[in-house]
Structure formats: structure tokens, C-alpha cells
Design a protein around this ligand. Structure first.
Ligand code: GTP
Ligand code: MG
Length: 381
């Protein structure tokens, strides 16, 4: 009896031991799992990693390649080409820069500022240095200027993108929205632009289809122009559903910023709503002081707070254009009749003699003749 109870007692304690071991093993597995989980989440995402690495490496944030031949040259205007571009667009941009040099800059040597949300590759920098006759500056866009600001409801924004889908170009793209926000509110604040008063925006793949026999920057200065465009057209209404009402709310909040001789009528439909007219901002020659002004930065901040860059798909073109319409009078804005092509539209000078001698575009295909252009309406203001 005693023997039996001893055996039973041993059996009970052995099974207790087994249970304890199992429990221990489970605990160890659970603990290991938790550690692995925590480590995985603590690990920075690749983009974060890049950001931290870059923040501590000033050479990557700005890298200037100066041409010795330009060292004693004094530029007539403190101006530069400004190009936001990805490394993958190198070949399209090389063609564009070569054309811009042939048609204009090989006589002036204005510098270039290339901006990117990722570090430029050495291959990209070398290709641009070879193509450009002006100094080349390569800059990195700070991460907070290339992201959704914290006050945006991410779930709502994602839903808006999904709903827009492919109904309009880039309707579902978050990166396109980041680009539009950057081009609306931040490009002019990049430290590489601190030395310049005017800028000419260029995009990879655009073409300059005529010789430019004068200096557009000098023209801006001599004629007190603040903003220059070459193509205007109408925006997709779905992308700017509340931009007009937000702009009106801004005007009500900051009436002192609105110029008495403004050109808002150019952007206003007969029923008082937005008629969707805007200057196509892939080509812009403008005063940086205009964008840096208290009026423009207050307007951008107001729009940014309203969230439409992400909750809708506000483009930098209507934003720049409405700012021009509110803050400038007609004489401060210039239509540059320059030979220019950005797929699918173009501007081609009308003057037959000039066209024959200096262009390779068809004047009758110029956007100004298209019913969707707002340039004639602008000129007739
Ligand atoms: N570095 C960088 N540049 C970008 C990015 N997205 C757009 N860009 C640049 O921003 C400018 C505008 O972008 P685009 O894709 O040309 O936009 P768009 O002119 O409205 O449309 P399409 O030219 O018709 O595609 C161009 O100079 C692009 O190279 C991006 O994610 N990173
Ligand atoms: Mg483009």
C-alpha cells in the first residue's frame, strides 16, 4: 500500500515536472517571439533609415559641382533652373537639358538646382554636369516636406485616394500628392535657392522647340514681372473640389493680402465658382520673392492645414495660379511665347518668320488655339 502510494506520488511529481517543463518551454518560446516581434518593429523602415543617415551627412544634403570656366563670370540675374527629379528620370532630363542648353543657356550659363527626395546617384550627377554649361547644385528634400503632415487623417486620405482611383491622372497616388505639396509650399525654401531671386522650373522630358534669342530672366527684371507662364488650361474638377471655397475662406481671413487690381476674375466662372483655369506650372519663370512673401506662405499654410493636398489632390498648378490671381495685377504676369512641349500640350510661337527660322514646332498645334486654354482669356483681361 505504502509502495503503491510512493509510486503514485512519484508519478504525480513526474507529471508535475513534465507540466512545469512544458510551461517553461512555452514561456521561453513566447518570450523569444516577443523579443523578435519587438526587434522587428524597433528596426527603422528603409525610408527612415535613409532619412537618419542623410540627416547626419551634410554632403548629401547639398553637393555643388562648380564649373571653373564660370568662376569669374557675373550672372546678369541671380537666377537658376530648378528641377525636381528622380534618379530614374536621368535620360529624359539629359535630353531636356541638352535642348535647353542649345536653345538658350549655352549663351548665358545660368546654374541648375536639382532636387530629389532621395540622394542623387553619382551617375546622375555626372550626366548633369556634362550636359549643363552652368554650375550644378544637387539637393535633398527634407523628409518633413515630403510626407503627409501629422494633422491629416491618414485613413480618410487613403480612402480618398482609393475612391479617386484612376478617374483622374495620379488619382490614387500618394507620392504625386507629396510632390504637389512640395512644389506648392517648399521648393522655394530649399537652402540651395537662398542665393537666387528668380527661378525657371524645368521637368524631365520637356522640349524647348525654338531658339530663345533673349534672356527671359533679364526680361522679368527689366519689365518688373513677377510670374511668367507659357501654357494655361483647365484643371480636373474632381481634384480641387474644395480648393475654391478654401481660397475664399483664406481671402475672408486675410483681406489685406489681396491686391486691389487682382486678376481673380480670370479664374471665376459666371456663377462665381472656380472655372478651373490655371497656368501649367511645369513651365514657370518666376520671382522667388513672390513665393517667399508673407501673403503666399500664409496662403500655403492655410491650404496645408485644410488638408486638400491629401484629402483631395490639389495640384501645385492651381495653387500657384490662384495665388497669382489674388496677389498680383495683370502687368506683373507675363505670357512667354516660347517654343515648349510637355506631353500632351505645347506652346508654339505664332510669328511665321520667327517660327520658320528658329523653331521645329507647328504653330497651329499650339495650346493657345485649344478651347481648354485660358491664355486668350488672360490676354483679354
Ligand atoms: N524626386 C522626385 N521627383 C518627382 C517625384 N514625383 C514627381 N517628381 C518630379 O516632379 C515633377 C512633376 O511630376 P510629373 O510626374 O511630371 O507630374 P505631371 O507633370 O503632373 O504629370 P506627367 O508629366 O504627365 O507625368 C517632375 O519634375 C518629376 O520629375 C518623386 O517621387 N520624386
Ligand atoms: Mg510632368
Amino acid at each position: 500500500m505504502q509502495k503503491l502510494s510512493a509510486t503514485t506520488a512519484r508519478g504525480v511529481s513526474a507529471s508535475k515536472d513534465k507540466k512545469q517543463w512544458r510551461l517553461l518551454i512555452c514561456l521561453v518560446i513566447l518570450l523569444a517571439g516577443m523579443v523578435a516581434f519587438a526587434l522587428n518593429f524597433a528596426k527603422p523602415l528603409p525610408i527612415e533609415k535613409t532619412r537618419h543617415a542623410l540627416a547626419s551627412s551634410p554632403n548629401q544634403i547639398r553637393d555643388s559641382r562648380l564649373k571653373p570656366a564660370n568662376s569669374n563670370r557675373v550672372l546678369p540675374v541671380r537666377a537658376a533652373f530648378v528641377i525636381l527629379v528622380r534618379n530614374s528620370e536621368l535620360h529624359e532630363l539629359r535630353a531636356t537639358v541638352r535642348q535647353l542648353e542649345d536653345q538658350f543657356n549655352s549663351r548665358y550659363h545660368y546654374p541648375y538646382v536639382f532636387l530629389n527626395n532621395e540622394p542623387f546617384t553619382e551617375e546622375f550627377k555626372q550626366a548633369m554636369e556634362w550636359a549643363a554649361s552652368g554650375d550644378c547644385h544637387f539637393g535633398l528634400v527634407p523628409y518633413h516636406q515630403w510626407s503627409m503632415p501629422p494633422w491629416i487623417d491618414r485613413v480618410r486620405a487613403k480612402w480618398a485616394m482609393t475612391m479617386m482611383g484612376d478617374r483622374v491622372p495620379y488619382g490614387d497616388s500618394e507620392s504625386y500628392r507629396r510632390m504637389c505639396r512640395f512644389e506648392s509650399g517648399f521648393f522655394f525654401r530649399h537652402p540651395l535657392l537662398d542665393d537666387f531671386d528668380y527661378y525657371w522650373r524645368v521637368e524631365p522630358g520637356v522640349e524647348f522647340t525654338c531658339t530663345i534669342p533673349y534672356d527671359p530672366f533679364q526680361y522679368m527684371v527689366d519689365n518688373k514681372k513677377v510670374y511668367g507662364f507659357t501654357i494655361s488650361l483647365r484643371e480636373f474638377p474632381a481634384t480641387v473640389r474644395t480648393l475654391w471655397q478654401t481660397t475664399n475662406a483664406f481671402m475672408a481671413a486675410y483681406p489685406d493680402y489681396i491686391t486691389p487690381n487682382n486678376t481673380l476674375q480670370w479664374a471665376t466662372a459666371a456663377d462665381g465658382t472656380y472655372n478651373m483655369c490655371h497656368f501649367w506650372s511645369n513651365f514657370e519663370i518666376a520671382s522667388l520673392g513672390f513665393f517667399r512673401s508673407p501673403a503666399y506662405t500664409a496662403y500655403f499654410d492655410f491650404l496645408d492645414r485644410a488638408g486638400g493636398f491629401f484629402l483631395e489632390r490639389w495640384g501645385d498648378a492651381p495653387v500657384h495660379s490662384l495665388a497669382v490671381a489674388m496677389f498680383l495685377n495683370k502687368t506683373q504676369v507675363h505670357y512667354f511665347d516660347i517654343g515648349y512641349f510637355h506631353n500632351p500640350f505645347q506652346n508654339c510661337p505664332n510669328d511665321p518668320e520667327f517660327n520658320e527660322n528658329y523653331c521645329f514646332c507647328h504653330a497651329n498645334r499650339s495650346m493657345i488655339h485649344n478651347l481648354d486654354s485660358c491664355t486668350k482669356a488672360w490676354l483679354n483681361l
